[in-house]
Design a binder for this molecule. Structure first.
Ligand code: HEM
Length: 479
């Protein structure tokens, strides 16, 4: 660096300080008339970022022990509400669901897709019509049932592969992940794609996998522009540029896949049947909108891959880790499986109360999306005695609710027995247990995700005996 560089920095620092003072004054005026929920004192610019530890899902839980189940924080300049009790969650997700159905769109996602994905769309008519297609066609119970043979075939091939290569943790993890992605990819884009490697779409689909992984990694980077928007113009981390390049590549692959399918549909003509999600989506869009922009299908496919893959395999991994650490519970669930099932079938899985309790208990202690997908309050509103500012990003801390001693007895114990003989389910009606969220933004893939978790876990428990392992790592990592 040359000698003159500190001088060059001076105007930059001066501008920074002025912007900071202006932002403080602006925020003070903005919130001074409101009775905000309690929260710790904030630092300038950073807000409460310094309060987050390296495990960001744990710090809000300890803060809420001091400040209560409805807490106000600021991350950078973004107002944040953290909810940590079933009553507050019910207030937001049921009583005020409409106002809290909005999402904030991170910069990476805004640049990555021409149209926002379903998970990050605002609750407008287009989002509602996609949710409708999800409920009545893509994830309808009959559709999921029709996919059961495909799911089981993939799982049997996973079992063979684990059997051949040993069931060390790392091996089982990668096989679970691969099985989960294969199941989703078969349902979304069709069996033939995976079978015929010389087919150009098959190559496109394997390229797609690596682009999707890259895009999920990019989306999970902590991007300063999202939290301190007035610094966005500096492009400090280059995320926008990377998203633009990646978005272009993703769009090219999606277009190839969709175009090839449309050509195939034209060749087969009206005789064809909608076999997978892509077919269903093309038909549904064509029926609704003759001037269809096929690009609007791509964010839905993106959601199906991004939302449907790791969520199931991680849940199964946690269930196995807990059962391996609790051999008597492992024996009880395996005995139940041996008694009820010859071969794994979804209908039988539902008739195993202890097995179902194991899954609920796993989802209580280890929800894969610990804060749900953050909601945003469209308008200023009140919760109990407090004012919630418009556009406050709202985190429902289901991880903390699942471990709250005021809600659960001995909350840190893995005890599936607590669910036996109760009517608790995971569908978003019981605000103590919300692994799939609740209200109008509840996970649309819940039935599919739950079916996959059931079948994967049942297959593994039926096929193998797992030895207790002292080296078992039960450390939760965020993101
Ligand atoms: C064990 C499996 C799964 C779990 C635990 C899970 C969990 C969740 C959660 C907690 C949310 C946020 C709900 C809220 O904001 O209230 C969500 C949203 C979503 N999930 Fe899932 N999910 C799973 C499987 C799936 C599958 C299989 C798909 C699709 C194939 C999927 C697609 C989505 C989408 C598109 C959204 C956003 C919905 C919207 O904002 O309108 N998920 N999921």
């Amino acid at each position: 660096m040359s000698d003159s560089s500190p001088l060059l920095l001076f105007p930059f620092l001066a501008a920074f300080v002025v912007l900071w003072i202006l932002s403080l004054a602006f925020l003070k005026n903005r919130y001074s008339r409101l009775r905000l929920p309690p929260g710790p004192p904030a630092l300038p610019i950073l807000g409460h970022f310094h309060k987050l530890s390296l495990d960001p899902h744990k710090s809000p839980q300890s803060l809420s022990r001091t400040y209560g189940p409805l807490m106000f924080l600021k991350f950078g300049s973004v107002p944040v509400i953290v909810v940590s009790s079933p009553e507050m969650a019910k207030n937001i997700l049921q009583k005020q669901d409409q106002n809290f159905a909005w999402r904030s769109l991170p910069v990476v996602q805004r640049v990555l897709h021409k149209y926002p994905s379903m998970a990050l769309s605002q609750p407008d008519p287009a989002w509602r019509s996609i949710r409708q297609i999800c409920a009545t066609q893509l994830f309808a119970p009959t559709k999921i049932k029709s996919f059961q043979p495909i799911i089981l075939e993939k799982l049997r091939s996973m079992l063979r592969s684990i059997d051949a290569e040993g069931k060390q943790k790392s091996c089982a993890r990668s096989k679970l992940h691969a099985a989960s992605s294969n199941i989703i990819s078969m349902m979304a884009l069709g069996k033939k794609l995976q079978m015929n490697e010389s087919n150009s779409t098959a190559n496109a689909s394997s390229h797609l996998t690596s682009l999707l992984v890259e895009s999920i990694e990019l989306s999970s980077i902590f991007n300063i522009s999202d939290w301190v928007p007035w610094l966005a113009w500096m492009y400090l981390q280059g995320c926008e540029r990377k998203s633009k390049v990646l978005g272009g590549k993703l769009q090219k692959v999606w277009t190839e896949i969709i175009d090839e399918r449309r050509q195939y549909r034209n060749i087969v003509g009206p005789e064809r049947k909608d076999t997978d999600f892509l077919d269903i989506l093309i038909s549904a869009f064509e029926a609704q909108d003759p001037l269809l922009e096929y690009e609007k299908i791509t964010p839905i496919l993106y959601d199906i891959f991004a939302g449907g893959t790791d969520t199931s395999s991680i849940t199964v991994e946690w269930a196995l880790a807990e059962l391996i650490s609790h051999p008597s519970k492992m024996k009880r669930v395996q005995d139940e499986i041996d008694e009820v099932m010859k071969r794994v079938e979804q209908d039988d899985v539902q008739n195993m109360p202890y097995f179902q309790a194991v899954i609920k208990e796993t989802m209580r202690l280890h929800p894969v999306i610990p804060f749900l997908v953050p909601r945003m309050a469209k308008q200023e509103c009140r919760i109990e005695d407090f004012d919630i500012p418009a556009n406050a990003l709202t985190f429902i801390n289901v991880w903390a609710i699942g471990r709250d001693e005021n809600v659960w007895e001995n909350p840190l114990d893995f005890s599936p027995e607590r669910f036996l003989g109760t009517d608790f389910d995971i569908r978003g009606r019981h605000f103590e247990l919300l692994p799939f969220g609740s209200g109008r933004r509840v996970c649309p893939g819940m039935l599919l995700g739950f079916t996959n978790v059931n079948l994967m876990l049942a297959c593994l428990l039926q096929a193998f005996d797992f030895e207790p392992d002292e080296r078992l790592d039960k450390i939760e990592k965020f993101g």
